[in-house]
Design a protein around this ligand. Structure first.
Ligand SMILES: Cc1cc2nc3c(=O)[nH]c(=O)nc-3n(C[C@H](O)[C@H](O)[C@H](O)COP(=O)(O)OP(=O)(O)OC[C@H]3O[C@@H](n4cnc5c(N)ncnc54)[C@H](O)[C@@H]3O)c2cc1C
Length: 417
């Protein structure tokens, strides 16, 4: 006689831990490929502090492949076709995306929670997709050296998710890497970032730009009703910034961006200023039998260039392209998991190398006593040549190896809503 399975066990072909950009996109793509996928998310909703809201052309083209770009752009968003740096000596265009050949020659700024709501809403139209919110994964289930799923807790009690493949998409602090014995390569970025908001006023500029001067570097993002501001500091400088006091911090913001001096009083206490400890690392091996890590869980990215979400989504697309068939056939081999890492590792490492260069050479020097360096004339001439001029825009827009959705028509049929 068949024994009844306990209520607390969920079975799926693929269990995804974490419903951030990587997990949500992987869930959507596997479900449309006809794979039975269970996504576990520890929070009750997607409303979080600012975590990065930049969808680059590479991601918009993926959404286009899925037939979802128009629907996404119907949601409230702002667009940045150009990234500029305002230096004491004048404005320099860092990347002009308008010159690129793409249907989406701009960076789309949209709150991450709206993006995640949209993606999971689309995924829920496929019968194979299940999303469990308030479900915090705790321990991998390891049997004979193979990951068979994960134990997780919910407000109703403990449960097990058993799956042919478990994917850790739970972000930069994922504990499952260590549980699986996967080793990290860590780097030590020289900067940290303070994030805060200031209101936007009538007559403010429309664009998103960097400000440098007086040993300070800030990136200012137009978020409609407010400015989201990233204020770079040297690694380890946070304590001394706090000790100098909020009044000094407000003054330094106003001195760097005089247009904002009238509203720095909105920063009433340090709770309004969040520290992002900049981290950059990557796993040596992204998998072991039964487990794959993607997104920030496989490689935390520096915020330079705002590429983290886009790389996480590219990982999800590559994983779905490569693994959908083995998952449908019920057999995922090590070589399938290796293929995902091989496809994504080189572009990730290349972008990390570029970020590291930018942090050490550009951002660090902007924070130095000399402030913004002026470019020598030959460098200016070189930068004005078409292919060189377009290179930063290309890298920011598409990364090194953009991914596309292999199967344009879904295998699974959408349920009517
Ligand atoms: C302040 C800040 C600003 C940033 N700015 C940008 C930017 O401008 N542009 C950009 O592209 N990137 C930016 N990033 C980086 C970007 O947010 C990440 O690279 C991207 O979100 C990674 O996606 P992910 O899906 O791999 O992981 P995450 O977005 O970290 O998602 C992981 C998900 O897993 C869930 N989770 C965690 N643990 C568990 C668990 N045990 N069980 C179940 N669920 C779990 C989390 O709640 C979360 O929903 C920024 C990051 C920060 C912190």
């Amino acid at each position: 006689m068949k024994t009844q399975e306990p209520e607390a066990v969920r079975r799926a072909t693929c269990c995804v831990i974490g419903c951030g950009p990587a997990g949500a996109m992987l869930g959507l793509m596997l479900a449309r490929e006809g794979v039975d996928v269970l996504v576990l998310e520890k929070h009750a909703d997607f409303l979080r502090d600012f975590r990065g809201d930049t969808l680059h052309p590479s991601t918009m083209e993926i959404m286009d492949d899925l037939g979802l770009a128009e629907g996404l752009l119907d949601l409230e968003h702002t667009k940045a076709p150009r990234l500029e740096a305002r230096l004491p000596g004048g404005t320099v265009t860092i990347a002009d995306l308008g010159r690129l050949k793409t249907r989406y020659p701009f960076i789309t700024f949209m709150p991450q929670w709206d993006f995640l709501d949209y993606v999971t809403g689309e995924a829920e139209r496929y019968p194979g997709f299940r999303l469990e919110m308030n479900a915090e994964a705790k321990d991998l289930i390891l049997e004979d050296g193979i990951v068979r799923g994960v134990r997780y807790v919910t407000p109703e009690g403990s449960r097990e998710a058993r799956a042919l493949l478990t994917v850790a998409a739970d972000g930069r602090s994922s504990p499952f890497r260590e549980q699986a014995g996967l080793k990290m390569v860590r780097t030590s970025p020289p900067i940290d970032v303070l994030w805060f908001r200031l209101s936007r006023h009538d007559g403010d500029p429309e664009d998103t730009f960097g400000y440098a001067g007086g040993g300070r570097f800030m990136v200012v993002i137009n978020r409609g009703e407010y400015w989201q501001i990233a204020y770079a500091i040297r690694k380890g400088e946070y304590q001394s910034v706090r000790e100098a006091g909020l009044a000094a911090f407000r003054r330094s913001v106003g001195d760097t961006i005089p247009d904002f001096a009238d509203r720095t009083g909105e920063l009433q206490d340090w709770d309004a200023v969040k520290l992002l400890s900049v981290q950059a690392d990557r796993l040596r091996r992204w998998h072991r039998p039964g487990l794959l890590c993607i997104g920030d869980a496989a490689h935390a990215m520096s915020p330079v260039g705002g590429v983290g979400i886009n790389l996480a989504i590219a990982d999800a697309v590559a994983a779905a392209n490569i693994l959908a068939r083995p998952l449908r056939e019920g057999r995922v081999r090590s070589r399938d998991l290796t293929a995902v890492q091989l496809r994504r590792e080189l572009p990730t490492r290349a972008i990390q190398a570029i970020q590291s260069f930018a942090q050490r050479r550009v951002v660090s020097s902007l924070l130095g006593p000399e402030g913004a360096p002026s470019l020598p004339a030959p460098a200016r001439a070189l930068l004005s040549l078409g292919p060189v001029r377009d290179l930063p825009a290309r890298i920011i827009a598409f990364g090194i190896w953009p991914e596309h959705v292999k199967r344009k028509e879904p295998v699974a049929r959408k349920e009517s809503v």
